[in-house]
Design a protein around this ligand. Structure first.
Ligand SMILES: [Zn+2]
Length: 72
């Protein structure tokens, strides 16, 4: 008579990092652990820099193109 009681609620309530499955602290309101969040922030910053670089290139090209198109 030792039926194992599976506590699903606890399993669901235990939050783990979405990326590395590391258990999260209860104070953590994110779905990722500190390490993964740092990595994500780094990746995001890189993407931002890339976007800024691209838009800077585009912005430097557009005036030239506009000038060229408006020339009549
Ligand atoms: Zn993680």
């Amino acid at each position: 008579m030792s039926r194992k009681k599976i506590n699903n609620k606890e399993a669901v309530g235990k939050r783990v990092c979405k990326k590395c499955r590391e258990p999260l602290r209860s104070t953590n309101s994110y779905n990722y652990c500190d390490n993964c969040r740092r990595e994500r922030a780094k990746a995001r910053r890189k993407t931002m820099e890339l976007c800024l670089g691209v838009s800077a290139v585009v912005l430097s090209i557009v005036p030239g193109v506009k000038h060229f198109v408006n020339k009549k």
